[in-house]
Write a protein that binds this ligand. Structure first.
Ligand SMILES: [Zn+2]
Length: 71
């Protein structure tokens, strides 16, 4: 019953379906799917595992910031 990987069939901003999906890992190790819209350049992030819920931009920035600790 997992919905992971099926996030964002359409852009939340403009409803466009021309999206780029990139699997990536945030600085704190959280696997996410980064979605970028070709039409309006809107960006969104979703958890790649678990409930597939969306992350806010602030959440992503906060998590990515930990990358600074990597030596
Ligand atoms: Zn869009």
């Amino acid at each position: 019953m997992s919905t992971a990987g099926q996030q964002a069939e359409r852009c939340a901003e403009c409803g466009g379906q021309s999206l780029t999906r990139l699997r990536m890992t945030l600085g704190d190790g959280l696997p996410v799917v980064f979605v970028s819209c070709h039409t309006c350049e809107g960006k969104a992030w979703f958890r790649a595992e678990g409930d597939g819920s969306a992350l806010t931009r602030e959440d992503v920035i906060a998590r990515s910031g930990r990358r600074d600790r990597k030596a």
